[in-house]
Design a protein around this ligand. Structure first.
Ligand code: NAD
Ligand code: TYD
Length: 352
């Protein structure tokens, strides 16, 4: 059990990061929480507006690839724990621009590891480097098996290859320099503040705007969905009670074929928007499949349940309703993040 007090959260202005920051800032008022984020297209200080005046919250705009800036944060705030979420996170973008994934996910993670190693040198007691990763490093399932912590890595996209490389570096620093670390590999998250380039918020936004719902291929790919606040609670549990050097898989026991999920969302949206049943589903449009599209991800999350007592707190039905409600109540957020650069991304990805 570690009890760091000066905690650096990288990528805290992003989707999952903002939920982790919110949880730690409110639940641990004695911790000093320092958020380091480069504020790329995916990072947004609006995600943290409700907590930005908390006395234990400090935001630093910096790039994890900038060793001097990161080292300064370690010195200025006597950082003794890291939760590392900063990353390029979208598979489709990794297909068009793999190098930016190598830069942030591989070079950036190693830069952060190096700074932590130097700052903590010889004083590893009570320190902890928590690396947040994805189930996509295990590759694509073509039978009914589940990913366990010992499943061999077999990444299939530039995104998952860059995350796999970063996971390997974290473990190498643990082995070589004795850096105290934990790693978790989580399934697909959904919830509020999710950038609408990913499946669920993109579909919600398009249904709301009566735009086509682009389903890749035949829509038969399967993902295992977890409510983002449950991921944040798992990160809290692992950070405080996980064992150094261990890996924990996190998942929702909640597999959905994309096309079934899109139909479910259409039904919820019809109800919420007062549309006739089946109205939104008419927007479904099958489009060219993603290159190298992984067929199925599914997590066996029994280790974290057995060893640390964590399990998801809500069902998908409840989580999805809450998620849709949030987007419908926060159309300003959606309109804001989908203006400007988002439009050119969208046109390039899906055509006008
Ligand atoms: P996101 O894209 O919403 O947010 C990433 C954040 O990192 C943004 O705030 C961005 O500004 C910041 N960032 C990007 N490059 C940076 C750099 N060079 N320096 C500093 N900050 C930088 O991502 P997310 O969905 O919140 O994912 C967070 C982490 O969780 C990632 O490591 C991702 O691989 C992992 N993960 C995500 C999911 C998911 O379903 N979204 C599932 C499992 C694991
Ligand atoms: P995504 O949210 O990008 O997550 P990931 O690829 O990391 O699992 O996509 C989830 C699934 O939805 C994936 O199988 C690809 C598919 N998808 C579509 O069918 N249409 C879309 O417009 C998007 C963004 C994704």
């Amino acid at each position: 059990m570690s009890t760091p007090r000066n905690l650096l959260i990288t990528g805290g202005a992003g989707f999952i990061g903002s939920h982790v920051v919110r949880r730690f800032v409110t639940k641990y008022p004695k911790y000093r929480i320092i958020i380091l984020d480069a504020l790329t297209y995916a990072g947004n200080l609006e995600n943290l507006r409700d907590i930005e005046n908390a006395p234990n919250y400090t935001f630093v705009k910096a790039d994890i690839c900038d060793a001097d800036a990161v080292a300064k944060v370690f010195t200025d705030f006597a950082i003794d724990g890291v939760i590392h979420l900063a990353a390029e996170s979208h598979v489709d973008r990794s297909i068009t621009d793999p190098l930016s994934f190598v830069r942030t996910n591989v070079f950036g993670t190693v830069t952060l590891l190096n700074v932590a190693k130097e700052a903590w040198k010889g004083r590893f007691e009570g320190k902890r480097f928590y690396h947040v990763s994805t189930d996509e490093v295990y590759g694509s399932l073509h039978d009914d098996s589940l990913f366990v912590e010992t499943t061999p890595y077999d990444p299939q996209s530039p995104y998952s290859a860059s995350k796999a490389a970063s996971d390997h570096f974290v473990r190498a620093y643990g082995n070589t320099y004795k850096l105290p670390f934990v790693v978790s590999n989580c399934s697909n998250n959904y919830g509020s503040h999710h950038f609408p380039e990913k499946l669920i918020p993109l579909m919600i936004n398009n249904i709301r705007n009566n735009k086509p719902l682009p389903v890749y291929g035949k829509g038969e790919n399967v993902r295992d969905w977890l409510w983002v606040e449950d991921h944040a609670s798992a990160i809290d549990t692992i950070f405080h009670t996980g064992v150094n050097g261990e890996t924990y898989n996190i998942g929702g026991h909640n597999e959905w074929k994309n096309i079934d999920l899109v139909h479910l969302l259409c039904g919820i949206m019809d109800r919420k928007l007062g549309r006739a049943e089946g109205e939104s589903a008419k927007l479904i449009t099958y489009v060219t499949d993603r290159a190298g599209h992984d067929l199925r991800y599914a997590i066996d999350a029994s280790k974290i349940e057995r060893e640390l007592g964590w399990r998801p707190s809500i069902t998908f039905e409840v989580g999805l309703e809450r998620t849709v409600d949030w987007y419908l109540a926060n159309t300003e957020w959606l309109d804001h993040v989908t203006s400007g650069a988002y439009r050119s991304y969208y046109d390039a990805q899906y055509g006008r």
